[in-house]
Design a protein around this ligand. Sequence first.
Ligand SMILES: NC(=O)c1ccc[n+]([C@@H]2O[C@H](COP(=O)([O-])OP(=O)(O)OC[C@H]3O[C@@H](n4cnc5c(N)ncnc54)[C@H](O)[C@@H]3O)[C@@H](O)[C@H]2O)c1
Length: 255
Amino acid sequence: MTDAESTVSTDPRERVAVVTGGASGIGRATCARLLADGFTLAVLDLDGDAAKAAAGSTGLGLVADVSDAEQVEQAFATIVATFGRIDVLVNNAGISGGPAATICHETPIEEWDRVHAINSRGPFLCSRAALPVMIAQGSGHVITTASIAGQVVFPARCAYTASKGAALMFAKSLGVDYAHAGIRSNAVCPGFVQTPMTQWRLDVPELREKVEGAIPIGRVAQPEDLADAIALLASDRLSYMTGAALVVDGGWTAL
Ligand SMILES: NC(=O)c1ccc[n+]([C@@H]2O[C@H](COP(=O)([O-])OP(=O)(O)OC[C@H]3O[C@@H](n4cnc5c(N)ncnc54)[C@H](O)[C@@H]3O)[C@@H](O)[C@H]2O)c1
């Protein structure tokens, strides 16, 4: 066993997970599940109070914009100073973009940039901050919440679709580039999940019917369905899986 391997923690109670966008929706459910599984949490979000609540009494809730390099660096410095390690990074913070983020020639440049800054630059900046810690440990797992929009097109949502394609391929790149360092990277690709991001659409009965009609399982996912998938990856089971996408979409993209 090398020195690096000997530092790998096998006790889940000693494992530290960082969850971005942990204050709401999929991130919030993931925090609850990882806490129940014994992880110590650091939660990064724009909403500091909700991040603190999601992190639990043993965790850290930090205000940070994942698209801001300085804020990300400061947040990770605080995490390392507090816990000394990072076993799992869940790159989950994301936005769908406003109504203006539609077909290409109608999308304002600033809206394209905003969507990409959070959905693509965010995972890059957070991984960039976490990877040196994981390299020193000789272990770690980066889990990125991409989307089936990274695999198939969401019509009239070109900024979101392109940003999730980027997030998915970024996750795969990390899997390839850091396998030799004992670090894995995978993406989770949700289909349609009931969260504050999608609630407006589900509140319109015809839209809900249309969405659910496209899903073989016949219902949209709940955040806990995705938390389950992320927790399975974070558990260190599936340990041969890296550079891959775990699709959790009720069969939507199988059609
Ligand atoms: N809801 C869905 O149907 C669905 C489907 C596929 C993928 N996803 C992806 O899942 C992830 C979570 O989405 P959700 O549905 O739970 O959304 P949500 O809006 O409920 O939660 C997103 C969280 O991210 C935080 N956040 C937004 N911008 C941030 C920033 N710049 N810095 C830090 N935190 C920021 C928000 O404050 C919020 O707490 C996103 O990446 C989203 O694209 C969602």
